[in-house]
Design a protein around this ligand. Structure first.
Ligand code: ZN
Length: 250
C-alpha cells in the first residue's frame, strides 16, 4: 500500500513535469513533431528500398487511401524499406513503413489493405494513444528511455523504439481492419484488400515454418482466423460479394 501511494505521488509529479501533455493528450503539432523525430531515428536503422517502381507504387496507393482519412491535418509519408522481416507499420504523425520482403509477397489489393489498416491506426489516434500509454507507464515506474530501448534497438533512440513496438488492443486491431476496409472502399480500391491481406499473412506464417519468420505484423491479437471471419462478414453486410478465395491461400 505504501509503495502504491508513493508511486501515485511519483506519477503525479512526473505528470506535472511532463507539462500536462500526458493529461491532455498530444496535440497534432506534438504528434507531427514526434513522428518526424522518430522517422529520423528509424531511417538510421532502415534503408530505403532501391526498387523505384515499387516505392512509387506504394506512394501512389498510399496517397489514394490517405486522401480518405478524417484527420486531414496529418500528412502521410510512405517508405518502402529493406529489413529482413515481413512487416508494415505506421507511427504517429503519419509515417507508414512497408518492408520490401512483405511487399513482394503481396498482390496490389493486399498491399492496399495493409496500408489502409496501418493508416487507420494513425487516423483513429490508436498510435498516439498507445504511445501516451507507454509514456505514462514509464513515468509511473520511473523507467528511463535507455532501459526501454534495450535489446534489439539499443542503438536507436527510445522514442523510435517505443513507436516501432507499439502494441494495440484487440479492439484497436478490429477497428483498423474494418476502418482500413472502409478507406479502401472510399478510395475506389478493391474492398476485399484487408480481408485478402489477412489470408496472405496467414499463408506466409504457415509456410515459413520457423517461428522467427512469422510476419511481425501478426504478432498481435486477435487471431488471424477470427479476423478473416469478421472481415468477410463485414463485407457481406455491406452487400459486397466476397469471392470464394480462401482455398487459394492454402
Ligand atoms: Zn494493426
Amino acid at each position: 500500500m505504501k509503495t502504491f501511494t508513493k508511486n501515485l505521488i511519483l506519477f503525479a509529479l512526473a505528470l506535472m513535469c511532463a507539462g500536462g501533455a500526458a493529461f491532455a493528450g498530444y496535440t497534432v503539432e506534438q504528434e507531427n513533431q514526434l513522428g518526424k523525430e522518430a522517422d529520423a531515428e528509424f531511417m538510421k536503422q532502415y534503408k530505403l528500398s532501391t526498387d523505384k517502381t515499387a516505392a512509387a507504387e506504394l506512394e501512389s496507393i498510399g496517397k489514394k487511401i490517405a486522401a480518405q482519412v478524417s484527420r486531414k491535418e496529418i500528412k502521410y509519408t510512405f517508405k518502402l524499406v529493406t529489413a529482413d522481416e515481413y512487416n508494415a507499420f505506421a507511427i504517429p504523425g503519419g509515417y507508414v513503413y512497408f518492408t520490401e520482403k512483405l511487399w513482394k509477397q503481396m498482390t496490389p489489393a493486399e498491399r492496399a489493405g495493409v496500408i489502409g489498416h496501418e493508416i487507420t491506426h494513425v487516423d483513429k489516434r490508436h498510435a498516439i494513444k498507445a504511445y501516451e500509454k507507454n509514456q505514462r507507464r514509464a513515468l509511473i515506474y520511473g523507467i528511463g528511455g535507455a532501459v526501454l530501448a534495450g535489446g534489439k534497438y539499443a542503438n536507436v533512440a527510445s522514442v523510435a523504439y517505443q513507436l516501432g513496438s507499439l502494441s494495440y488492443s484487440r479492439s484497436n486491431e478490429k477497428d483498423a481492419d474494418l476502418g482500413g476496409t472502409d478507406l479502401c472502399i472510399a478510395a475506389g480500391l478493391d474492398p476485399t484488400g484487408v480481408y485478402r491481406s489477412m489470408l496472405r499473412l496467414e499463408q506466409i506464417a504457415n509456410s515459413s515454418g520457423k517461428k522467427s519468420a512469422n510476419p511481425t505484423i501478426l504478432s498481435t491479437h486477435p487471431a488471424t482466423k477470427d479476423r478473416v471471419k469478421y472481415l468477410r462478414k463485414y463485407l457481406e453486410g455491406k452487400g459486397i460479394n466476397v469471392p470464394d478465395i480462401e482455398a487459394d491461400y492454402k
